[in-house]
Design a protein around this ligand. Sequence first.
Ligand code: GLU
Length: 489
Amino acid sequence: MSVRVRFAPSPTGYLHVGGARTALYNWLHARGKGGTFILRIEDTDVARSTEESLAAILDSMNWLGLTWDEGPGVEGPHAPYFQSQRGHLYQEHADALIESGHAYRCYCLPEEIEARRVQMAERGEAPRYDGKCRGLDDAARRAFEAERPHAIRFALDPEGETAWDDVVRDRIAFRNDVLDDFVIVRSDGWPTYNFACVVDDHLMEISDVIRGDDHISNTPRQLLLYAALGWTPPRFAHVPMILGADGTRLSKRHGATSAAQYREAGYLPEALDNFLALLGWSFDGKTELFTLDELRERFRLERVGGNPSVFNTEKLDWVNAQHLKRLDEADRIARVREFLNARGHDLSMRDPEWIATLVRAIGDRLKTLADVERHGAFVLDPSFEFDEAAWAELREKLQAAEHLEALAARFEVLAEFAIVDLERETRALAAERGLKAGELIGMARIALTGRKVSPGIFEVVWLLGRKAAVQRLRDAAARWRMDAPRAGV
Ligand code: GLU
């Protein structure tokens, strides 16, 4: 049987990193086995489903490289791929279940069900649907039919148990008497998740259902539906949840939880894929860095472990830095450009050599793409300010204003404004003024970047350009004359 898997998000929010990992595992399993990856949109909760959320999910999946073979925008043999457009299929199969005696119409009103649940709880019984409408005779049913909407419930056989061999968890069994006659079609006509999921997984010929282990308690209901419909169920693989650093389920409290937030924070998609793959899966217990192609070749669903994994941001940072380092330079520069564009920097006037120089100057300090903004603030951030400690250091330097003005004058008249020329002139000036090159460079660095630490100073000058560099040196000199302890010296 060919491998067909699906990722089935509900478009009621962004793509959570847990969802992204589920999508990734499905994608890897399909790609590794020459199978088909289907994207199905579970949008039967019409009130909560939104176009924005759908767009955000598709966008994050595309960004992560998780392309689908059937689904929105890619028609396939089992279209439509939106549950909201498949109502007739659910209706047809619900009717078949009623016909075969595996389901029945329920006319109970929510408040009636609730009142009976409360009574059950008072009697010390587990609250559940009591099966009232299961035994209605024809006359009673006709009377209700005329005046009330109905839901459709599954007619559960409480005898025995429902079990399956989970690919991740091994054998899981539930006693049927812990379940009840659950609703498969609500009184508004929409199918419930469990029912729509089974109908679609069957009709879409899904071979393996890979999803979060928060769905384990749904699986027995789904298996009972497969049996009642006379269908062979798929294999199930329930992947463990992702925990935050404190050991509780990863949530917004822990910080960024959506794939899009990691994109905005400057992480590479291949790094996030790599990191997410390792939350629950390992190749050999030691290799940590994989490209998406390598993951596709090596991933085995059978090697996914059942224990929850901790989302360790430091590890993600490390993985990201390694991926950034491995990019060839042209690619790294292209990613930086794209990131800066997305952040609203106007680079249209910058020639390619400028961005390349910026990226080279930042070098290995680039752990995320956002580090470009951090280390390149001297030229990317229009609001220039001195770091307090840096200014305090400059104001202590003897004759700083004169030195900086002299440097400005040199730069102003330099014939060739290339990095080598800037370096030569700066060193020559330091020697003329009886300074060590490092002393003059240290003063220039603070004047030009406002900080004590920066990328290579000659690159900094070149990136700022002659006009801005000269201006900053003069501004710093003027400020020093106002502020320095021995002003005027
Ligand atoms: N729409 C469900 C969810 O987002 C799908 C669960 C499943 O994969 O069966 O949790």
